[in-house]
Design a protein around this ligand. Structure first.
Ligand code: ATP
Length: 256
């Protein structure tokens, strides 16, 4: 079995005194797509904020490559966070900058040893990796929604992250663009060997990309299922099976 990159150990997630999810235990392994799912408001995005190092757990630990992430100083954590690439729901590219300039921003901060030309070459490479070769000089407003997501992904890839986080990547995309983005996620998993953490409630996406699934329950405020999609379909709690089979013909007979 591949090495665990991120581990949650009895992790409680929330805000101040407000516990949103408690006692979470799971490992995210190298080169897998790990899907966090659950009903609206159960705490998927909150958990993501903890995993990307924006918020300390209320209890428990988060290990990155075996190391207690929050035991480090904020400077050390910032260095570790270079290994995390994040594609936010709203993509958050700088509108006044070209795609090249957007991708070069993290490189200027974290790879000052690179020359301008090397940074430009890297930006072109990342754009090619997401299927946007030759778009270096375009501005975000000149792109379609699906292309903007890809450009955001190219920027998230700038520093060659070990873990890529996606928050509802299909939001606002038509089914074809959404399917293409899923294909790209799988390609990146396979070509880069990166671990991918995906928060989504889009069933078609879950069926296409999930290696491991974590189901967060709204009522009990903790995880009620962890395993492969097939394990959850075969043996998951009834509520999880219902969630995975809701109104979908592709659930019948399991997934490909
Ligand atoms: N900054 C905050 N302070 C306090 N409570 C918050 C904060 N942000 C979110 N919450 C609460 O945390 C709970 C979980 O929200 P969260 O957005 O993590 O759920 P989610 O599963 O991602 O939801 P959805 O699927 O609807 O996006 C909600 O009750 C929300 O109101």
């Amino acid at each position: 079995m591949k090495e665990a990159v991120l581990v949650a150990e009895n992790l409680s997630a929330g805000y101040g005194q407000l516990v949103i999810q408690r006692e979470l235990n799971f490992s995210i392994r190298q080169g897998e797509v790990f899907v966090v799912m659950g009903g609206s408001g159960c705490g998927k995005s909150t958990l993501l904020r903890h995993l990307i190092g924006l918020q300390a757990p209320l209890a428990g630990r988060m290990l990155f490559r075996g190391d207690d992430f929050w035991a480090h100083s904020s400077e050390e954590r910032a260095l570790l966070q270079q290994h995390f690439g994040i594609l936010y729901q709203n993509v958050a590219l700088w509108g006044a900058m070209t795609l090249r300039e957007n991708i070069c921003l993290p490189l200027e901060t974290w790879r000052p040893e690179l020359s301008r030309l090397e940074r430009h070459e890297l930006a072109s490479l990342k754009l090619a990796l997401v299927g946007l070769a030759g778009t270096d000089h375009l501005y975000p407003a000149e792109l379609s929604g699906g292309m903007r997501k890809r450009a955001g992904l190219a920027r998230a890839l700038a520093l060659d992250p070990q873990v890529l986080f996606f928050d509802e990547p299909s939001a606002g995309l038509d089914p074809l663009s959404s399917m293409a983005l899923d294909e790209l996620i799988l390609q990146l998993r396979d070509s880069l060997g990166a671990s991918i953490v995906l928060v989504t409630h889009e069933l078609p996406s879950i069926y296409r990309v999930a290696d491991t699934c974590l189901f967060l329950d709204n009522k009990t405020r903790t995880q009620i299922a962890l395993g492969s999609l097939q394990e959850l379909l075969d043996h998951g709690p009834e509520q999880v099976q219902r969630f995975l089979r809701r109104g979908n013909s592709f659930a019948a007979g399991g997934h490909a």
